[in-house]
Design a protein around this ligand. Structure first.
Ligand code: ADP
Ligand code: MG
Length: 217
C-alpha cells in the first residue's frame, strides 16, 4: 500500500504522516515513512540543491532534479518496500510536480505527466491525501514553524527554502492545481480540510482510509 501526502507548506503533512504511522503500526503493519525529494542518500543531496541552492535555478533544471530524485527513490526505496509488503507513507510525490512546476510555475502539464510517468516507471500511489485549506492560513503555520525552529537553534532563519519566499499568488495556483488533480482522479484522492485541529484532520483521514482509530490513552 502506497500513500502519498500532498498540500502546500504548513498544511500538516508531516504531522499527519506521524499520526497515521502510529495507527498503522498499532495494526501490526510495517510502515516506511519517506519523502520526495530526499528519500534516499542521493536524493538528500538533490534536496539540498533544490531547497537551498543560493544562485538561480532554471525552471527546467528544477524540474529534472525533482524527477531525478524520484527515479532514484522509486527504484531503490519505494518499490522494494512495497514488494516486501510494507506500507509506504510518502511526503509529496508526482502531484507536487504537477501542482508546483505545472500550476505554480506554469510549465506544460502534458509534458510533466509524461516525465513523471518515465521517472516513476508508472508507479502511482494507491491513495493520495490532499491537505487543503486557505493559503494564508497554511503559509502562516509554515512561517511560524520556521521562526520557531530558528529560535530553537538560536539562528536567524536564513535556511528559508527557495519556495518559502514565493508569493501568495504562486501558492493559490498550486492549490488550484491540486484541487484539479483531485477532481480528475477522485478514486485516488482524499481531500481533507486541513484547517481544523490536527486530531480532527487525522480522524478524517482514518475514516476515509477505513482504518480503526487508536484506543484513547
Ligand atoms: N491541524 C493543524 N492545526 C494547527 N496547526 C497545525 C496543524 N497541523 C500542523 N500544524 C502546525 O503547523 C506547522 C506545519 O505543520 P507540518 O506538519 O510541519 O506541515 P507540512 O509538513 O505540510 O509543512 C507545524 O508547526 C505544526 O505543528
Ligand atoms: Mg513537512
Amino acid at each position: 500500500m502506497f500513500i502519498s501526502f500532498e498540500g502546500i507548506d504548513g498544511s500538516g503533512k508531516s504531522t499527519q504522516i506521524g499520526l497515521l504511522q502510529a495507527v498503522l503500526e498499532a495494526e501490526g503493519r510495517s510502515v516506511v515513512v519517506t519523502r520526495d525529494p530526499g528519500g534516499t542518500p542521493l536524493g538528500r543531496e538533490l534536496r539540498q540543491i533544490l531547497l537551498h541552492h543560493k544562485g538561480e535555478v532554471a525552471p527546467g533544471c528544477e524540474l529534472f532534479l525533482y524527477l531525478a530524485d524520484r527515479a532514484q527513490h522509486v527504484v531503490t526505496l519505494i518499490r522494494p518496500a512495497l514488494a516486501e509488503g510494507k506500507v509506504v507513507l510518502c511526503d509529496r510525490f508526482v502531484d507536487s510536480t504537477v501542482a508546483y512546476q505545472g500550476g505554480g510555475r506554469g510549465m506544460d502539464g502534458g509534458m510533466i505527466d509524461r516525465l513523471n510517468q518515465q521517472a516513476t516507471e508508472g508507479l502511482v500511489p494507491d491513495k493520495t491525501i490532499l491537505l487543503d485549506g486557505s493559503v494564508e492560513t497554511l503559509l502562516g503555520r509554515a512561517r511560524s514553524r520556521a521562526t520557531a525552529t530558528a529560535t530553537a537553534k538560536a539562528t536567524v532563519p536564513d535556511q528559508t527554502d527557495r519556495f518559502e519566499t514565493l508569493d501568495v499568488a504562486f501558492y493559490e495556483r498550486v492549490r488550484a492545481q491540486y484541487l484539479n488533480l483531485a477532481k480528475e482522479s477522485p478514486a485516488r484522492f482524499i481531500v481533507v480540510n486541513a484547517v481544523q485541529p490536527p486530531e480532527s484532520v487525522h480522524q478524517d483521514i482514518i475514516r476515509a482510509l477505513a482504518l480503526n482509530p487508536l484506543p484513547k490513552t
